[in-house]
Write a protein that binds this ligand. Structure first.
Ligand code: ADP
Ligand code: DP6
Ligand code: CO
Length: 358
């Protein structure tokens, strides 16, 4: 091997939003959850991470830049992902450029990683999900890893739990698994993105500020102090997961909306039941819930489902294009742009609106 070459791969991974939430770990290091969860993967054109990974004999150490700023890779999560992928690295050859990396070379070669999120980081829009899924996927590409998506999902899981669900499109289930070593805690695709094409997802960015309590520390505090979390994990989610899978299979929007809204509300109830209580939603989030609930009731059948992750931003799932158009009209009526120039930042693409309305 000469010293002058750099080999690079780029990957793009969308974020995912849970409709049955993961909140609580039974193993902090391996990131094993206390319940199954189900999510929908967003359109990669809208909210996604782009990560480029590079390897060169000239690199002195592993380094990473997130949104242009260097971050430390010393945390266990990054180290776990790098180690698990390196273990599975295989020979790579670029004949045109005369580059050959043998399996054993990967142990001593260093990596440079640059990652960008095209949406707010650490604001409750699952940047850790898109981020770690993309990191693992890009590294697997670079190192010619032969594992399938589910096996890669178990590695991404060790970066951030929700990341395991971003390796597939459509609706995805993270099976909590039974084994202590985490080998059966991985994601599977329930249906692909073509299964339920009527759905429209609109993200109302209430605030793009970084949240005060990260998901990791928030759920740790909930596990330690909330008895509602125990009840939820053992009694509620197992039944709800089965019902949600049925609703998705049957494209039954009424059941889907009922279950997704109830699950989001229970997750935030667990946050309130935590000591000290965690408030991820704000007044604007609560107003959005009230408006959607009222509208759904007045129509007799749900038009829109809402779900909020660990942050104030609303993820609104409309049953079809017509409901989505009405929803956008209503949101703009209730939260009018403060000035003409604001309008640009309100309308972030066709599926993302209301930047910083709160
Ligand atoms: P979110 O709700 O956005 O997922 P979290 O608190 O779960 O917030 O995680 C945010 C953390 O995830 C960031 O502080 C960073 O450590 C990590 N992260 C976010 N984006 C990326 C990325 N593109 N690549 C690697 N790690 C990322
Ligand atoms: C509310 O996956 O961000 O978004 O595993 O500690 O990285 P770590 O937490 P993370 O938690 C996500 C919580 C949630 C619900 C969900 O995505 O299922
Ligand atoms: Co996260």
């Amino acid at each position: 091997m000469g010293e002058k070459w750099v080999l690079m791969k780029t990957a793009q991974t969308p974020t995912n939003i849970a409709v049955i939430k993961y909140w609580g770990k039974r193993d902090e290091t391996l990131i094993l959850p206390v319940n199954d969860s189900i999510s929908v993967t967003l359109d990669p054109a809208h909210l996604c991470t782009t990560t480029t990974v590079a390897v060169s004999p000239a690199f002195q150490q592993d380094r990473m830049w997130l949104n242009g700023k260097e971050i430390s890779l010393s945390g266990g999560r990054y180290q776990n992902c790098l180690r698990e992928i390196r273990k599975r690295a295989r020979e790579v050859e670029d004949k045109e450029r005369g580059i050959k990396i043998e399996k054993k070379d990967w142990e001593k070669l260093h990596l440079h990683i640059a990652s960008y999120n095209n949406f707010p980081t650490a604001a409750g829009l699952a940047s850790s999900a898109a981020g770690f899924a993309c990191l693992v996927f890009a590294l697997a590409k670079l190192m010619n890893v032969s594992e399938d998506e589910s096996q890669l999902s178990a590695i991404a899981r060790q970066g951030s739990g929700s990341a395991c669900r971003s390796l597939f499109g459509g609706f995805v289930k993270w099976i909590m698994g039974k084994e202590d070593d985490g080998s059966d805690s991985l994601a599977v695709q329930l249906v692909d993105e073509k299964h339920w094409e009527d759905l429209f997802i609109i993200i109302a960015v209430v605030s793009s500020r970084q949240k005060e309590t990260s998901s990791t520390s928030g759920m740790r505090e909930s596990v330690e102090t909330s008895s509602l979390l125990q009840h939820r994990a053992k009694e509620v989610v197992p039944k709800r997961t089965i019902q949600m899978e049925e609703a998705i299979q049957n494209r039954d929007f009424a059941s889907f909306a009922k279950l997704a809204c109830a699950d989001s509300n229970q997750f935030h109830a667990v946050c309130l039941d935590t000591l000290p209580p965690i408030f991820y939603m704000n007044d604007t989030s609560h107003r959005i819930i009230s408006y959607v609930e009222k509208w759904n009731r007045s129509e007799g059948t749900p038009q829109v489902a809402y779900t909020f992750d660990a942050g104030p931003n609303a993820v609104l799932i409309a049953r079809d294009r017509k409901a989505a158009a009405q929803l956008i009209q209503r949101l703009l009526f209730y939260f009018p742009p403060k000035s003409d120039t604001d309008l640009d930042s309100y309308l972030l693409g066709d599926k993302t609106i209301l930047k910083d309305a709160g």
